[in-house]
Write a protein that binds this ligand. Structure first.
Ligand code: LMR
Length: 330
């Protein structure tokens, strides 16, 4: 088990025909774009360890963080090509395959991590995952990160009008872009790997992210202000695998890999909030950012201002999907 560097050793699933018995010997790759001390990486490591142990080392699992293997722009295609067996993208980067992956960006949709789990584990969430099968992808589970905070270099953001005219880097998806356009800011979509440089060079004034991503990428070195308790949108992940790879696993191997995924899911869900709080503490200790915490009242001003986003996307995302997501928070 290792968090890998740039090795290009190819993975092999050739032993398996899906029908033979005994655990298939193989090397599985997991790739993602964020740093080590994040919910996604910690969960991927836990999944890898669990699979290696339960397969007595027959299934080797390599975890590549920080976009070392593939970045945001290339990881989905490489999953489809089975060059990597698991990726865990931010759902807002999957909207091209199904607009319902915009749900975590719908303003103030989920009131908690638990509400998000309830939606993605429920009927509608599972349907959205299953829609990827026609693309050669199996959607497995939702892994959380958490609510987004706003950072920028220009001024403290206390109210919607403070965002006017600011260029804001967004992860992806029409909804997140519309959210900023509604507030008269200019959204610009950029891959995570280009974020630090874009902020440093002033390509954008600000960005929205979880404490964990802000702290582990030291965005406070290139951003002056952070507004907390915003949470209008979330970073949530889709744990995805290649369909052909998955269907090539025999029963015994699949059971072990599935148990590893379940374990990783538990780790992601039990650690996300804690890792974000630890990251917030680190941001405060570094003392580089001016922190402004929105009051409940100030937050509700954003909520009011962003309501039109729902009308804009109800049809495209599906009224049934939005209704189910809302019910998860009830
Ligand atoms: C981002 O691009 O800011 C995030 O989606 C990165 C991630 O995977 O958490």
């Amino acid at each position: 088990l290792a968090a890998c560097g740039g090795s290009s050793e190819s993975s092999s699933t050739s032993e398996g025909d899906g029908g033979s018995s005994g655990v298939q010997e193989m090397t599985i790759k997991i790739s993602h774009v964020v740093a080590e001390n994040t919910p996604k990486h910690q969960a991927a490591l836990a999944m890898a360890k669990n699979i290696e142990e339960n397969s007595d080392g027959k299934v080797k699992v390599q975890v590549y963080p920080n976009g070392q293997l593939f970045d945001d722009k290339t990881e989905v295609k490489n999953l489809q090509a089975n060059n990597v067996q698991f990726i865990i993208p931010d759902m807002s980067k999957m909207v091209g395959m199904n607009p319902a992956f915009n749900v975590p960006s719908l303003p103030f949709m989920f009131s908690s991590n638990e509400a998000a789990y309830s939606f993605w584990d429920g009927e509608k969430g599972q349907e959205i995952f299953q829609s990827l099968e026609s693309e050669g992808i199996i959607g497995l589970r939702m892994w959380p990160n958490g609510p987004k905070q706003i950072t920028n270099t220009v001024r403290p953001i206390k109210a919607p009008e403070d965002l006017q005219g600011l260029k804001i880097r967004v992860q992806g998806g029409q909804v997140l872009a519309s959210l900023f356009k509604t507030l008269d800011a200019g959204p610009l979509q950029l891959p995570f790997g280009q974020l630090y440089t874009a902020l440093e060079q002033g390509t954008v004034d600000g960005q929205v992210n979880t404490f964990s991503n802000i702290s582990t990428k030291k965005l406070g070195d290139v951003q002056k202000y952070i507004t907390t308790n915003w949470g209008a949108a979330r970073v949530d992940y889709a744990m995805l695998t290649n369909k052909e790879f998955w269907e090539g696993l025999n029963e015994e191997t699949k059971k072990i890999v599935q148990a590893g995924i379940d374990h990783g899911t538990e780790v992601a869900r039990s650690k996300a909030e804690q890792l974000n709080q630890e990251a917030f503490k680190k941001i405060k200790e570094r003392g580089k950012m001016d922190i402004y915490e929105l009051s409940a009242e100030e937050r509700s001003v954003f909520q009011e201002a962003l309501q039109p986003v729902y009308d804009e996307f109800r049809e495209e995302i599906g009224a049934d999907v939005i209704k189910a997501a809302k019910e998860s928070s009830a």
